[in-house]
Design a protein around this ligand. Sequence first.
Ligand code: NDP
Length: 257
Amino acid sequence: MPPAPHDNNELMTNKVAIITGGGSGIGLAIAEKFVSAGIQTVIVGRDEQKLKTAAERLGTNCHPISADLTDLAAIPALVQKVIERHTRIDILVNNAGINMKKEFTDVTDEEFDRILHTNVKAVFTLSREVIKTMLPFGKGNVINISSMASQYGIPKVIAYTASKSAIEGMTKAMAVELSPKGILVNCIAPGFIATDMSAKALNTDPERKQKALGRTPMGYMGQPADIGDAALFLASEQAKYITGVVLPVDGGNSIGF
Ligand code: NDP
């Protein structure tokens, strides 16, 4: 007898996901895809109003929780709150991140630390706490977000580059240790995607924008929804034999001439 056809949406329904930075840009687009697949989607960010607006737009499967993830000591309680409300966590998307464009020699120790704190330390602490709750079920899915800054050298983003290279290394280290326990860990490396963050870096610097697009074979910037589609795929049953990969979603930017 042929196997019963799988309805992917049916398999995703009632899964529970946390998306950090889910109130705007790429995180919001991932939340939108998850919600429409029937996933109970918790979005986390600092700006309560932004989260509320997003949740109102996405509907009853979207659940906002405001938290500053740099407060590492508060992360266990945050994870506990999600467990109390939703009983378990199936998917974690570590999307929240900050960038800073500044000449290498002008970057202070405090600035370097601030970027690493948000982009690396908070990702580690949140992942550790969420994974503790996944282990008893023997399954889970973690998706990290890196950047083209860890595929090749981009000037004036030293701290951001260090942080995103750490994310790719951590993805591999987590995947080898956790995949035998049923937890898949992957990473998406977005190319140049139209959001507030990229607008800040590119719109005041036409030369940089031209350089980014000039080495993108597809010739235009991606949309946040393009990353949403890739994240939904990595979280789905269709990706059940994929772990430890860094998937560029970049219009070919990372291999562009
Ligand atoms: P946005 O600035 O739109 O989104 C960043 C999100 O992170 C915001 O929702 C913000 O929410 C949240 N955030 C930042 N700091 C904290 C914190 N301390 N605690 C909780 N939430 C926080 O940028 P993008 O959507 O463009 O970026 C999303 C991810 O994609 C980032 O990791 C970025 O590095 C990566 N990326 C983006 C690219 C692009 O071209 N746009 C390219 C490559 C990678 P709030 O302000 O409410 O706290």
